[in-house]
Design a protein around this ligand. Structure first.
Ligand SMILES: Nc1ncnc2c1ncn2[C@@H]1O[C@H](COP(=O)(O)OP(=O)(O)OP(=O)(O)O)[C@@H](O)[C@H]1O
Length: 266
């Protein structure tokens, strides 16, 4: 493998980390993302939507795993259209898929190091970056445990560790809180807030309360399109007692999905 120079991995400034216009993405034969416009900069963005809204399909396209079927998509200045060389953008991406594969006999340290190597990190940086990523997800004591011995919540955190090992400029986390106990959910929220100070973090979740606690912005999609984008405070202001929910933000979420407003609030 070719050695990568520091200049190649240095952060580059783009007006939008993620920019999509009339984006269409297929999941199998189904057009799961169908005309989505979205621009995201630095910060923590919570991706909300009903089951089947297209969140995972959108995440996979942003991670450059799926090629768009139409429209335009730019990630860190690179156009994702099947023609461009995406190696540079991929080095600056972190992605936790909804379901991720792993070798059960790998230790956590081997797993995270292997992913760092796949992301073409400079070899000399990998041991320290691996340790830091493991520490940041609270799995220091499990660093040399085999993955097959970890609990479901620990495996989810192992998945977050591999996603952040390269200090990504764009971090995509598909349902990272699944299986986490309440204490770990609080720790993950804190980690997200920290990561979002200098990266564009997009977190898909069904937990509106996590979005309110950890995100600077809410992105709500339905049937593969953007329904609403705005701050958690603005989300809470969308609903009232007539809408179902245990908190103002949950009532705002219900109100928006019932109304299907195609509105962007910043
Ligand atoms: N391989 C596939 N073949 C056909 N249709 C698919 C395929 N994968 C997903 N879909 C459909 O595409 C739509 C969007 O699915 P996607 O998984 O992106 O939604 P989601 O918002 O992530 O849902 P969830 O919250 O349940 O994870 C759904 O209607 C789903 O049934």
């Amino acid at each position: 493998m070719r050695a990568v120079s520091t200049a190649e991995t240095a952060p580059t400034i783009h007006p939008w980390a993620i920019h999509a216009e009339a984006l269409k993405v297929r999941a199998g034969r189904h057009l799961a993302v169908d005309g989505l416009d979205l621009s995201l900069a630095t910060g923590v963005h919570g991706l909300l939507g009903r089951n089947g809204a297209g969140k995972t399909t959108l995440m996979r396209a942003l991670a450059t795993v799926l090629k768009p079927a139409g429209g335009r998509l730019t990630v860190l200045g690179s156009s994702v259209d099947g023609r461009a060389d995406l190696r540079q953008a991929r080095r600056s991406l972190g992605y936790l898929p909804q379901h991720f594969g792993y070798y059960p006999r790998f230790t956590l340290r081997e797993f995270v190091s292997y992913l760092a190597w796949l992301k073409e990190m400079p070899k000399r940086d990998i041991p320290a970056a691996t340790q830091r990523a493991i520490d940041r997800v609270g799995l220091t004591a499990k660093a040399d445990a085999r993955l097959r011995t970890l609990s479901g919540g620990m495996l989810r955190r192992a998945g977050v560790a591999q996603a952040i090992v390269n200090d990504p400029q764009v971090l995509l986390l598909d349902e990272p809180t699944v299986g986490l106990d309440p204490e770990q959910r609080l720790d993950l929220r804190e980690l997200l807030r920290d990561l979002g100070t200098d990266a564009c973090v997009l977190v898909s979740t069904h937990l509106v309360e996590d979005v309110v606690a950890a995100c600077t912005e809410v992105v709500l999609i339905n049937e593969g399109r953007l329904v609403w984008q705005g701050t958690p405070t603005a989300l809470a202001a969308q609903g009232d007692e007539r809408h179902p929910g245990d908190s103002p933000a949950e009532r705002g979420y219900s109100a928006l999905l019932r109304g299907h407003h195609a509105e962007v609030v910043r």
